[in-house]
Design a protein around this ligand. Structure first.
Ligand SMILES: Cc1ncc(COP(=O)(O)O)c(C=O)c1O
Length: 394
């Protein structure tokens, strides 16, 4: 059997990681893989997480199965974090999933069950897994214009004129904040327009929010989502605790469904149990148990928010540092986009050849499409990065 199989395609970001590990140059820099790093270059375990884990170690009585929905307290805390105070809050139902990745796949399959003619519209460019996950769920994938490579800003006209044409067989997948890979977010006035268009034209909005707290803070980062939640009848959300709780390997996330009525959302969640049962059955517990502890204990929650805000401040500080260093080195402001972008990533517009040259000649690893993980940078590396960018003709 095995000889009949094709060779697996290599994941470009994972291949980059192994090449980085083998690189012996002292000045090497990994700005490829999308993880947050602190000033010491480490992806830290947050203190709030450590404390919650200690409590779990001391008090957990059983490792018995939790159930198909995962931890219901966790599910409610995800609804609170994302939709608390909105009109959708009472019509929402959530399901714990293995990361936002699990949520994307389950919601994809649910959409296919609801309407096999669904086309899901994904930003161009988008998170690398959006297209394969949605295609694996059976959906047709199409792309809407998003990024203007010249201004490094949103192609507002391109995006909105595409959204204008969507109808009842369409789903519009939006990044809640900190767009991956570009760092370019949608303005609130456009979220408002999208909400109105969705109600009028009948397409379903679907928000993937994997970086809440990494853009401008927990509240500000859900502002677009809140506009949808207050104005549309139906809404899907995939969320992740990988980044804002630093729980990457614990695979912690949720799928949230907002129905016209609560009972419709609960019915849809029940169908997702069946989809989960046919794949992994139940989500892993540990990360969700940690998150639930943190969000339910005021002291831990305050500590977590403070740590998250420190991460956010570090990212903003790096962005300011980049803008200043580029301004100084070039005498112009063509790199100011680093300051306008939000979250961990910035799309630089570098070509694959330039990304290659950065790696080969200077030991700087970025993704071939020109995405830089700003959150992987150390402050004292900024001048070297600027020098190398200019050396390869950026
Ligand atoms: C936009 C987006 N959605 C979803 C995910 C997947 O997150 P998780 O680790 O929770 O599966 C990522 C991870 O990089 C992402 O960038």
């Amino acid at each position: 059997m095995f000889e009949k199989l094709d060779e697996p395609r290599l994941d470009p970001i994972i291949s980059l990681m192994s090449a980085y590990r083998e690189d012996l140059r002292a000045e090497k820099m990994d700005l490829g893989i999308g993880v947050y790093r602190n000033d010491e270059g480490i992806t830290p375990v947050m203190s709030a997480v450590k404390k919650a884990e200690q409590e779990l170690m001391d008090n957990q009585l059983s490792k018995g199965y939790v159930g198909l929905a995962g931890d219901e307290a966790f599910n409610q805390s995800m609804i609170d974090l994302l939709l608390g105070g909105t009109a959708a809050e009472m019509r929402a139902s959530a399901l714990q999933t293995p990361g936002a990745s699990g949520a994307l796949r389950l919601l994809g399959e649910l959409m296919y069950q609801a309407n096999p003619k669904t086309t899901i519209w994904v930003s161009n460019p988008s998170y690398v897994n959006h297209q394969p996950v949605m295609e694996a769920a059976g959906l047709k994938v199409a792309f809407y214009p998003y990024f203007d490579p010249v201004s490094k800003q949103l192609d507002t006209e391109g995006m909105m004129s595409c959204v204008e044409k969507l109808g009842p067989d369409d789903v519009l997948l939006l990044h809640g904040c900190c767009h991956n890979p570009t760092g370019v977010d949608i303005e609130l006035s456009h979220w408002q327009m999208i909400a109105e268009m969705s109600q009028k034209q009948g397409f379903l909005p679907f928000v993937d929010i994997a970086y809440q707290g990494f853009g401008d803070g927990l509240e500000a980062d859900r502002a677009g989502l809140k506009i949808l939640a207050d104005n549309v009848d139906e809404l899907l959300v995939a969320t992740s605790c990988s980044k804002n709780f630093g729980l990457y390997r614990e695979r912690t996330g949720a799928a949230v469904l907002v129905g016209k009525t609560k009972s419709e959302a609960v019915k849809a969640r029940g169908l997702m149990f069946e989809i989960a049962r046919a794949t992994y059955t139940m989500p892993p517990d540990h990360g969700a148990a940690v998150v639930t502890k943190i969000l339910s204990q005021p002291e831990l929650k305050t500590l977590w928010e403070a740590e998250l805000n420190q991460m956010l401040a570090r990212i903003k500080d790096l962005r300011t540092g980049l803008v200043e260093a580029f301004n100084q080195a070039t005498g112009d402001n063509r790199f100011d986009y680093f300051g306008r972008h939000r979250g961990m990533f910035s799309m630089t517009g570098l070509s694959a050849a330039q990304a290659n040259a950065l790696r080969e000649d200077h030991g700087i690893y970025i993704v071939g499409d020109g995405r830089v993980n700003v959150a992987g940078l150390q402050k004292d590396q900024i001048d070297y990065l600027v020098k190398c960018f200019l050396a390869i003709g950026a």
